[in-house]
Ligand binder design. Structure first.
Ligand code: COA
Length: 197
């Protein structure tokens, strides 16, 4: 196993797939962080997220084999992470992008270091080959977490965000999964590869 994805053994935190009952807790975690403007990938979400919307999205991702995981402590969801398709066109079907949120009262306790490696493993097991994250350049904890989990910065997007009246930069981070580019995927070649762009 990749050294970067070995999780701490000391925690009582359970990492498991999300279910419909987790939605309220996930909405609460998300809403707190979005109000603080920490997630560059959510900057288009000017409306507060609705539980029904998150329920639908969660089911849709799960049905399409995109991992959607929760971190649970004593029966309470204290974090979640999920992957979605990087881009819609079929050429990009082996690449995912992801998001991760830890409840504000449980940050810096090693939960991200449990949850993100689990998401990485789940994405690799599902057959994806590349994983991409967009991190606000000022989000030191997230940059550190991603570095610890084997991501490297592959792009700097200056001035793409506007938060609280200030332009902000985003760092694009990436890591490979499984065999990465060392071998074609199991289903290779697929007929649509000839035209997918
Ligand atoms: C970013 C986030 C996911 C990190 O999860 P976490 O559980 O708080 O982080 P962990 O305790 O597992 O720590 C991960 C690493 O970051 C470091 N870190 C965490 N918080 C830190 C802080 N405030 N300052 C400096 N380093 C920090 C840890 O020391 C650890 O480093 P290591 O891997 O070298 O040991 C979490 O803080 C969060 O949900 N933030 C708000 C939402 C967000 O920013 N999501 C990511 C969007 S890209």
């Amino acid at each position: 196993m990749d050294r970067a994805v070995i999780a701490p053994q000391t925690s009582d935190v359970l990492i498991r797939p999300t279910n419909a009952q987790d939605v309220d807790a996930m909405v609460a975690i998300y809403t707190h962080h979005i109000a603080r403007g920490v997630d560059p990938s959510a900057m288009h979400d000017i409306e507060p997220i609705e539980p029904e919307d998150l329920k639908r999205r969660r089911k849709n991702f799960r049905d399409r084999r995109f991992p959607h995981l929760a971190a649970e402590l004593n029966g309470t969801v204290i974090g979640y992470a999920y992957a979605v398709q990087f881009r819609k066109r079929p050429a990009y079907r082996y690449t995912v992008k992801h998001s991760i949120y830890i409840h504000h009262a449980h940050q810096r306790a090693g939960i991200g270091r449990r949850l993100l490696p689990a998401l990485i493993d789940a994405c690799a097991a599902a057959g994806f080959r590349q994983m991409i994250g967009y991190v606000d350049a000022g989000n030191g904890p997230s940059l550190r977490l991603h570095e610890s989990c084997g991501f490297r910065p592959v792009g700097h997007l200056p001035g793409v965000g506007l938060k609280f009246g200030k332009w902000t930069d985003v760092v694009m981070v990436q890591r490979s999964l499984g065999l990465g580019v060392a071998a074609p995927p199991d289903t290779w070649p697929a007929p649509e590869d000839s035209y997918a762009g």
